[in-house]
Design a protein around this ligand. Structure first.
Ligand SMILES: NC(=O)C1=CN([C@@H]2O[C@H](COP(=O)(O)OP(=O)(O)OC[C@H]3O[C@@H](n4cnc5c(N)ncnc54)[C@H](OP(=O)(O)O)[C@@H]3O)[C@@H](O)[C@H]2O)C=CC1
Ligand SMILES: O=C(O)[C@@H]1CCC=N1
Length: 271
């Protein structure tokens, strides 16, 4: 890709995306530039990733064709104030924060900048990301296609209407945390039942990955796949019955709803 890609912020999510696109061969490390606040991060990223990194947000904003804002939501206002006059009219700005709306971006910039609101997730680090995007009216189809190419280099990407963006963290950005909790709980149980910890994580995470692959590759309804595991009078149905009794599915629904509610609060400017 012959676009200059810049990341303002180079923490967990920025690094996951950068590593993902380098591993995919989309860009060379030396063609990516980033900024961070601390010397500690700047030194670490220089050593580990080999990208250009400094604390000069203005220069990065001026020089980037695709500018990712990989900073925490509460830092957005300050950083946009700093860079808004440096961002060129042909630059595409990509947000990755929950609750930063396209309207809020327009207001912060005080003009019509090309903006794509996105929500990636950290599995991008290993090429298994799931990102959801929503462009504003000033992004041309070709520009959206280029940004999709970036996101698809480290996983899968979908475009949705902005009204769905507050629900997106619960299904992509935040959802890996819920799955890690599931894996941890399953592995803890395995350890309690005598498995060594490392074997427990290997077995459980492979089973989780396999189940996800079955849903994706067979196209079958998850309920049908679940039924195929349940032998009459067997072990699985005993586990399924107990999980229903303790409200497993309801717990997931409530967790995801709380996640979406928090995104809505952030979108409304609540701290
Ligand atoms: N973590 C995740 O799983 C996901 C995160 N996101 C979103 O990604 C964004 C970043 O999150 P995450 O990567 O986890 O956060 P981190 O805290 O790991 O990274 C934030 C980065 O921003 C840098 N930074 C802070 N202030 C400035 C500034 N003024 N100028 C330049 N750089 C600055 C920090 O520098 P330093 O390192 O020096 O402190 C750090 O490198 C958030 O908006 C979050 O909502 C979206 C999807 C998933
Ligand atoms: O927790 C958060 O707010 C961010 C957005 C999705 C994942 N991390």
């Amino acid at each position: 890709m012959n676009k200059r890609i810049g990341f303002i912020g180079c923490g967990q999510m920025g690094r996951a995306m950068i590593q993902g696109m380098i591993d995919a061969g989309l860009v060379k490390a030396e063609d990516i530039a980033a900024t961070a606040l601390s010397d500690e991060t700047i030194d670490f990223v220089t050593d580990e990733y080999g990208i250009q990194i400094s604390n000069d947000n203005k220069r990065l904003a001026r020089e980037s064709d695709l500018l990712f804002l990989a900073i925490k939501p509460y830092v957005y206002q300050g950083v946009i104030q700093e860079i808004k006059d440096e961002v060129r009219d042909d630059t595409v700005v990509v947000t990755i924060a929950a609750g930063i709306t396209l309207d809020a971006m327009k207001e912060a910039f005080g003009r019509n900048v090309k903006v794509i609101r996105s929500m990636p997730n950290t599995p991008s680090l290993v090429g298994a990301g799931m990102s959801v995007l929503c462009p504003n009216d000033f992004v041309a189809n070709q520009e959206l296609a280029e940004v999709m190419e970036v996101f698809e280099s480290f996983g899968e990407a979908e475009v949705v209407e902005e009204k769905l963006m507050d629900a997106v963290p619960s299904v992509s950005g935040s959802s890996p945390a819920f799955i890690y909790m599931l894996i941890e709980a399953m592995a803890d149980t395995a350890v309690q039942q005598g498995f060594p910890r490392e074997k427990a994580y290997k077995i459980v995470s492979q089973a989780v990955e396999g189940a996800a692959k079955m849903v994706k590759e067979t196209g079958k309804h998850p309920g049908e796949l679940k039924d195929a595991v349940c032998t009459p009078g067997g072990t699985t149905i005993s586990g399924v019955t107990k999980l229903e009794e303790v409200g497993f599915r309801n717990a997931i629904i409530q967790g995801m709803t709380a996640c979406t509610d928090r995104s809505k609060e952030l979108s409304q400017g609540k701290k």
